[in-house]
Ligand binder design. Structure first.
Ligand SMILES: NC(=O)C1=CN([C@@H]2O[C@H](COP(=O)(O)OP(=O)(O)OC[C@H]3O[C@@H](n4cnc5c(N)ncnc54)[C@H](OP(=O)(O)O)[C@@H]3O)[C@@H](O)[C@H]2O)C=CC1
Ligand SMILES: O=C([O-])CC(=O)C(=O)O
Length: 270
């Protein structure tokens, strides 16, 4: 275990909580060394049952304790976690990928410090194929997101535009625009669109549709890519997590798979 990668997690909710438990249960080459959360008592209770309880620290101090810092907190505190991880030259793994789009200066800072920013596939699929296609000419990239109305409730764009989704009886297109504006208007909902944009042709050219759909029980994302080398159409239907219906259960699993890829001898997928 001595030369395993030390992992710190900011946030112990649907993503961070699951990931912390999985790491504590034992993952070769990785060990959980620190966590941060808002409710200290709740966090203490959570980690008290761990085999190897990590340190409970402030968000800005996570990077002192780890080689890899996973951000799994609301977008509002993204910067605190990201800046300290990057300043210390760590591997930074963001969940709130939408919050990275307006902060691309962090990449310049990472180049200075030697930090790496590794965006996990998260609640999406197929970013390996999108990245491959984007090595050649790409005509268009779109993503259509359908969520049960309660998974969209409270999004800033809906509030600002007086759009009520909870009473919907039929699917309604609540947003159409580029990934940059989608991430700003739906910071807790379209991290997948931000990740797609970064994998492919950027947030201005990646087009997003968001539907409130009372007919779906899963957070459903369909990607369409038209490229010189290939045409891609892919759909993922995510089971919402109990802790946070906006977040698909696959998300912490994707981050765990991403972390394993940092140390594993065999790595599958680009
Ligand atoms: N990339 C992707 O594909 C996906 C990304 N996401 C994004 O990932 C992020 C996390 O999602 P999720 O786990 O569902 O969120 P949750 O709301 O379930 O958990 C958030 C966690 O952050 C903690 N937190 C909140 N404020 C602070 C603070 N000021 N200081 C320290 N900790 C804080 C909370 O602490 P406490 O428990 O004490 O309140 C909680 O543990 C979100 O931004 C979400 O949009 C979600 C799904 C997919
Ligand atoms: O589908 C999910 O699980 C979450 C989601 O849309 C996102 O965060 O982008």
């Amino acid at each position: 275990m001595a030369d395993s990668l030390r992992v710190a997690i900011g946030g112990l909710g649907a993503i961070g909580g699951h990931l912390a438990r999985a790491l504590d249960a034992g993952v070769e080459g990785l060990r959980l060394t620190a966590v941060a959360a808002r409710d200290q008592d709740k966090a203490r209770q959570t980690i008290a049952g761990f085999r190897n309880p990590p340190a409970l620290v402030a968000l800005a101090d996570l990077a002192e304790h780890a080689d890899v810092v996973v951000e799994a907190a609301p977008a509002a505190v993204f910067e605190t976690i990201a800046e300290s991880a990057i300043a210390r030259g760590r591997i930074f793994v963001p969940s709130s990928v939408g919050a990275l789009l307006p902060r691309m200066h962090l990449l310049d800072r990472a180049r200075e410090t030697g930090a790496r920013i590794i965006v996990p596939t998260g609640a999406l699929l197929g970013l390996d194929a999108v990245r491959a296609a984007a090595e050649g000419p790409v005509t268009s990239v779109t993503i259509e997101t359908r969520k049960p109305p309660r998974g969209l409730e409270g999004a800033p764009y809906l509030v600002e535009n007086g759009i009520e989704v909870l009473g919907l009886t039929a699917p309604r297109l609540v947003f159409k625009g580029n990934a940059f504006d989608a991430a700003r208007g739906f910071p807790a909902n379209v991290n997948v669109a931000a990740a797609l944009a970064l994998a492919g042709i950027g947030p201005e050219r990646t087009m997003v549709e968001i539907w409130g759909d009372p007919g779906v029980t899963r957070n459903t994302h369909t990607i369409r890519v038209e490229a010189a080398a290939a045409r891609l159409t892919m759909t993922i239907e995510n089971v919402p997590s109990e802790e946070n219906p906006r977040t698909g259960k696959i998300t912490p699993l994707s981050i765990l798979a991403c972390l394993r890829g940092l140390t594993s001898t065999l790595k599958v997928g680009s």
